[in-house]
Design a protein around this ligand. Structure first.
Ligand code: C2E
Ligand code: MG
Ligand code: MG
Ligand code: MG
Length: 286
């Protein structure tokens, strides 16, 4: 055999392995839901506009603890589930969990922590989306503004008229929309000025090199200027160091999410952050 052929075989094996893995994830999804293998983790977002960072909200991020494969990250299954409709069920599960969690934090700590959930582009085409979310909010006694909706920038360009219409409807119902991964899609500048959104979330690839790369710093500055023009707050995600946080603060960024403050946490551990926040707030008044 020459090396070209064995290379080719290797590629086929690898490809085959990937397909089998994907097939397993798809087949296992239903059971995983009923057996509670999926858990929602929460990553805090901190407001940095005052003298001290303040816990302002959280993002709900799905985790799959698979009995055979261990922890499977959403990067491995979200787009897979988007291809065959499973994402509808999964996202709905996350919205319910997140709403119940907001309720629990209210009851337990007397604190309102809005939680943002990721809404897959696929769900944006569901004519009942607003009703589903309204029901979830009502069942948990929440204001619609407490359940923030993250929609990735690239979804806006899939079928922009339909998406913009869906977003308008959600906002009319009182839900607030954060545009996720801003800068990684390709919204036209013209579209941006007419877009119905309530916050811009900068894609973390711009943050990664912000301190090393002068051009990245300026680019982020420009994106923050765009947010100012649109009169919406800016959230930076993927912030890992103090230097990044301070630079972003200087550039006018409002809210920070990233490992610098905390990784996504199971609800019990997030509770500890809330207790810390409450202690600091109390100290600030004394
Ligand atoms: P995203 O919504 O942009 O979420 C940000 C991702 O960045 C999360 O990855 C988070 O864990 C990670 N991250 C946060 N801070 C840092 C940091 O400082 N450094 C680094 N290196 N990473 C950080 P995760 O949880 O693996 O989620 C990946 C993507 O999967 C999400 O990107 C989102 O698009 C999607 N996703 C997650 N949960 C859901 C869900 O419930 N529904 C839908 N439709 N999509 C979801
Ligand atoms: Mg997100
Ligand atoms: Mg993002
Ligand atoms: Mg995020």
């Amino acid at each position: 055999r020459n090396s070209y052929v064995s290379c080719f075989d290797f590629y086929n094996d690898e490809q085959h392995g990937k397909e089998l893995y994907a097939e397993r994830l798809i087949n296992d999804m239903d059971r995983a839901l009923s057996e509670k293998q999926f858990r929602v983790f929460y990553q805090p977002k901190y407001s940095i506009t005052g003298s001290q960072p303040r816990l302002s909200s959280a993002e709900a991020l799905i985790r799959w603890f698979h009995p055979e494969f261990g922890m499977v990250s959403p990067g491995q299954f979200i787009s897979l589930f988007e291809e065959n409709g499973l994402i509808q069920k999964l996202d709905r599960f996350v919205w319910n969990e997140a709403a119940a969690q907001i309720r629990q934090w209210k009851d337990c700590y007397g604190i309102d922590i809005p939680v943002s959930v990721n809404v897959s582009r696929v769900n944006m085409f569901n004519a009942h989306l607003a009703d589903i979310l309204e029901n979830i909010a009502a069942q948990n006694g929440l204001d619609h503004a407490e359940l923030l909706l993250e929609i990735t920038e690239s979804a806006y360009t899939d079928n922009s008229d339909q998406i913009v219409e869906a977003v308008n409807k959600l906002r009319m119902c009182g839900f607030r929309i954060e545009m996720d991964d801003f800068g990684s899609g390709y919204s036209s500048l013209n579209m941006l000025t007419t877009l119905p959104i309530d916050a811009l979330k900068l894609d973390m690839k711009f943050i990664r090199e912000i301190c090393e790369n002068e051009k990245n710093e300026r680019l982020v500055g420009i994106m923050i200027d765009i947010a100012r023009l649109l009169e919406v707050p800016v959230i930076a995600e993927g912030v890992e160091t103090k230097e990044q946080m301070e630079l972003l603060k200087r550039l006018g960024c409002n809210i920070i999410q990233g490992y610098y403050f905390s990784k996504p946490l199971p609800p019990e551990e997030f509770g500890i952050l809330i207790e810390k926040e409450l202690r600091e707030k109390k100290d600030a008044y004394n």
